[in-house]
Structure formats: C-alpha cells, structure tokens
Design a protein around this ligand. Structure first.
Ligand SMILES: CC(C)(COP(=O)(O)OP(=O)(O)OC[C@H]1O[C@@H](n2cnc3c(N)ncnc32)[C@H](O)[C@@H]1OP(=O)(O)O)[C@@H](O)C(=O)NCCC(=O)NCCS
Length: 195
C-alpha cells in the first residue's frame, strides 16, 4: 500500500512503500534509454528492486519528516508505474521552498499526463504542505520540459552554468520557479481571522 495516494483524472500520484520497489524498477528498466540523456550516470544495478528498496525507505522517512515528497505516477487501469515527480529539498523557515524533478514513460509522452500529474502534485505541495515556492530547472534544448513548465506558470529566474552533472558532463541549466500566490504567513492568517 502506498503511503499517500492522490487520484487524478487519468492517473494516480502515489508515495510508494518500500515493498513496491519492483514497480519502480520496472519503470526505470523500460525507460533506461529514454531517460539517459537527462539523468546522471548510474551504476548498472542502480534500478534493481534490491537497490531501490532502501532508497524508498529513505524517501518514506523523508516524507514522514516533511523533507521531500517523491510521487510515482500510476496507471489506474493496470497499476503500472508510468512516471515520477519528486518534490525534494523542502526548506522551511523564511524560504518555504523545494525543488521539482519529473519524467514520464517514453510511450506516454504527448498526452498531457505529466501536466495533469504536476497540477495535482503542485496543488498538494501548496495547499497541504504549505510551500511558497517550487523551483524547477532544465537543460537548454529540453524543449518538452520548457513547454511543460511554461504551461504550468513557472517563470524563468536565471541561468546557471555547469549546474548539474547529467549524462556524464556538467551541464548548464535554465532556472525557473512557481510562486504560491495563495500562501499566507501565520501573521496574515491571524489578521484574516480577526478581520
Ligand atoms: C519532460 C516530459 C515529462 C514532458 O512530457 P510531455 O508528455 O511532453 O508533457 P505534458 O504532460 O505536458 O504533455 C504535453 C503534450 O501533450 C499534448 N496533449 C495531448 N493531449 C493533451 C491533454 N489532454 N492535455 C494537455 N496536453 C495534451 C500537448 O499538446 C503537448 O504536446 P506538445 O509538447 O507536442 O505540444 C517528458 O518529455 C520526459 O519525461 N522527458 C525525459 C525526462 C526529462 O526531460 N525530464 C525533465 C528534466 S528537466
């Protein structure tokens, strides 16, 4: 059973339990070639169920501690994992922010499924986790990712040189972010109650 399950129109967002490692392993094995261009270089057994399970345990603890939310995108018709969107590095205090990463099965691109997943995930991060800012960064030339972020309302904030080591080399990234206009500080909430 997932730790959290958010049903959407055409898919379900789920925080997987460690026992569900095989689902994730199957997704990454199917999509190894598709994702290689946009991913760090990993050891060949990185996506085996035995190696995924301890990572899901760490992610479950991070979820319980309010430090990260790693969602698997599940196809409700057959339970298969068809993608992932991860809200990680949650920082509280004056920042109230996190980073977003995502990828979808090669054969499920071009159907608006990631947009649907991210609308739900972002809604959850803003309304339930009460974040103020979500940051998402992409390699120049990743046009699908750029279009997706633009449709979701992310705005370009900068350009970072040699930002992440992807596909074996340090690559520049376009930096974007989405701000939660509905965010209220505790003081604003209190004033609204008094008004
Ligand atoms: C980036 C990635 C998630 C984008 O996936 P995607 O399927 O293009 O994204 P969306 O869910 O927003 O789908 C939008 C596309 O579906 C089409 N579409 C079809 N039906 C739709 C619907 N009902 N609603 C919305 N869009 C729909 C849109 O026209 C659009 O196509 P276009 O980009 O050719 O114009 C995917 O390409 C991927 O996993 N890439 C590899 C990993 C990666 O790059 N990750 C990001 C690193 S920064």
């Amino acid at each position: 059973m997932p730790l959290l399950s958010l049903p959407c129109k055409r898919l379900t967002l789920a925080v997987l339990a460690p026992e569900q490692a095989a689902l994730e392993s199957d997704f990454y094995r199917r999509n190894q070639r598709h994702l290689a261009r946009w991913s760090p270089i990993r050891p060949s057994d990185y996506h085996s169920p035995e190696n995924i399970r301890p990572r899901l345990e760490v992610q479950a603890s991070a979820f319980e501690a309010g430090l990260a939310v790693h969602f698997a995108l599940l196809d409700p018709d057959n339970g298969q994992m068809i993608g992932a969107c991860n809200f990680s590095g949650i920082t509280r205090g004056a920042f109230q922010a996190c980073y977003l990463g995502y990828h979808i099965d090669e054969s499920r691109q071009g159907q608006g499924l990631m947009q649907e997943a991210l609308e739900a995930g972002i809604g959850y991060m803003f309304d339930e986790q009460k974040l103020h800012r979500i940051m998402a960064n992409y390699i120049p030339g990743n046009e699908r990712s750029a279009r997706l972020l633009e449709r979701l309302g992310f705005e370009r904030e900068g350009y970072a040189k040699a930002y992440l080591s992807i596909a074996g080399r340090w690559q520049d990234h376009v930096l974007t972010a989405l701000i939660n206009d509905r965010f209220e500080t505790p003081e604003q909430r209190w004033s609204r109650r008094l008004a």
